[in-house]
Write a new protein. Sequence first.
Length: 95
Amino acid sequence: MTEKGMQEKYKQQLKLARERHGKPSEVRTLERKEHIRLRKALLEALGAGPKTVPELAAEIGADARTVLWHVAAMRKYNEVADGPKQGDYIAYLRK
C-alpha cells in the first residue's frame, strides 16, 4: 500500500473512532494541555544547561514525581539525554 493510501485508511479509521466515541471530555482536554505546557517548560529549562529532576521541579513549579515521569518519557523518545551526575542525581540535557 502506498503512503497516500495508508494516510487515507488512517483518516477513515480516525473518523470512525470519533463517531463511536465522541469528543474527549473537558477534563481530558485540560489534562492534555497541562502535559503539553509542562513538556515545553521542561525543554525550555533544559535549554539553559543540564539540570536534575529536583532542580527542574523547582524551576517550573511542578511536583518532582510528575517531572520525573515527563523526563523519563522524553528520554525514551530521545528528546533528552543523561548528563553528568550531580551528587545523588543525574542531570539531564536537552538533545
